[in-house]
Design a protein around this ligand. Sequence first.
Ligand code: UDP
Ligand code: MG
Length: 319
Amino acid sequence: MTTTLYMVLPCYNEELVLDETAKRLSVKFDSLLASGQISDSSRICFVNDGSKDATWEKIAALHAAHPERFSGINLSRNRGHQNALLAGLMTVKDVPGVDVTISMDADLQDDIEAIDAMLEKFTSEACDVVYGVRDNRDTDTAFKRGTAGAFYGLMKSLGSESVPNSADFRLMSKRALEGLSEFHEVNLFLRGMVPLVGFKHDIVYYKRGERFAGESKYPLKKMISFAIDGITSMSATPMRYIFWVGLIAFIGAIIAGIIVIINHFVGHTASGWPSLMVLVTAFGGLQLLALGVIGEYIGKIFLEVKNRPRYIIQDFLNK
Ligand code: UDP
Ligand code: MG
């Protein structure tokens, strides 16, 4: 019995890269078919995340020309990378006969050649999840390398299990996807959620290339908010840190108060204005920071409580 594989690629304004991506993946599919690693019901599924350009038209055209190769999912509007990816995975998991999915970015930054190794771990070693892990960050700017390193370090110290240097290039079996579908959260951080699904897993190293056309949809601002989302949707530890900082500050304030009283009786009444200003502003700042962190969590609770749909599918082209 051969494996039925669905590739899932979220696309937002990717008209410049789609044809090339489709071509290269199709070549890969031909060789996987020839070697009997995948069945002929396998598909390459593009998810259009509410693109403003001709991305969906291109996907629909690919499907029309080669329905035995390409599928397409059209979301009702832009919902962001993580939601688009989840929409794709949850939709294809319910296609009859699907055994396994591999998700990757549409810009070919993830190495197509790693697909064989991923499939191998699924078929021979019975892994339900295989993470693509980049073995170096040569193609990144020093800045992105540094911030990414700091981010994974922070995630780890906060108790989130995400696999360092793995993005969303990942194999997941049908069983693992069923597990993922039990996670109903609205604030999605898939690379933190998938390790929580469990099952046997492994990693495959690959070299992450440069985006070959178009531009990144993750400018600095989005990158920072993705990192904050990642931390606050996976861990409540920052709130505990606030508690400790508050406690230490409180103890410090009591000690300072005692010193002030002693000073008063000993007779050196300090002029004290500068130190007072420093303390007032320091604590004012600290309180705002603490409120900000708590606010971030309340915002997340607000979104979870509303329980709005994570995506709405407009069309699913799959034959
Ligand atoms: N993407 C998406 N919806 C968005 C933003 C991005 O589906 O709102 C897709 C995008 O088309 C690409 C993937 O997410 O396939 C990763 O985006 P990008 O390559 O721009 O990020 P980078 O590699 O620069 O981090
Ligand atoms: Mg990219």
